[in-house]
Design a protein around this ligand. Sequence first.
Ligand code: ZN
Length: 152
Amino acid sequence: MSSSLTADPRGIILPCPSCNSANRLAFARLGQTGRCGTCQAELPSPGLPVVIGSEEEFTNLISQSSLPVLVDFWAQWCGPCKMMAPEFSKAATQAAGRAVLAKVNTEKLPGISNTQRIQGIPAFILYRGGSETDRTTGFQPAGRLLSWAELE
Ligand SMILES: [Zn+2]
């Protein structure tokens, strides 16, 4: 089983739990229930971190998402970021249906780090309705992160 999800510029790509075909959940309709386009099974709310693959995906997710978006800015060389990964996954599962948790690799996508003025990592930014509402840095357990983001 995969431990993360991917996106494209229009939505999150979610494999159907019944037939495994890829379904796109449009950013603007996250939080609504959807059905698999192939087998019609009901699709669960995304409960895994979404790995952002491009600046366009990031911009569209932040500006179009119907749910709050909590982004983890990290890098491979960062020890606390690695310690944080399982906690962030846990938080994504706990917040499924109420928020989208996404990850930005600051080395692969330096343009996003620049526009978001990321200094220390891991950094967490919460976006609601297309705007940043809060940010924090440093390792924290899943429960503390969700409580900070008011997503418990
Ligand atoms: Zn299906």
